[in-house]
Design a protein. Structure first.
Length: 63
């Protein structure tokens, strides 16, 4: 059986850089969530994503 190669300093540095980048990314995400304005909708208002759509069979895309 072959022996495992030794972990090099470059690999350790890459792993540290990856971990640091993940932490920074998570911090950016949490900051963005804090600064983002919450969307408050009235439950009686129609959903803007569904506005203009109609239930039932749809017109064919291609004739």
């Amino acid at each position: 059986m072959p022996t495992h190669p030794k972990v090099t300093a470059a690999k350790r540095q890459r792993e540290r850089d990856k971990a640091e980048k993940r932490k920074e990314k998570e911090l950016r995400r949490t900051e963005r969530k804090k600064t983002k304005d919450p969307v408050v909708r009235n439950p009686d208002d129609p959903d803007p994503d569904l506005e203009g759509m109609r239930p039932g069979p749809q017109a064919p895309l291609y004739y």
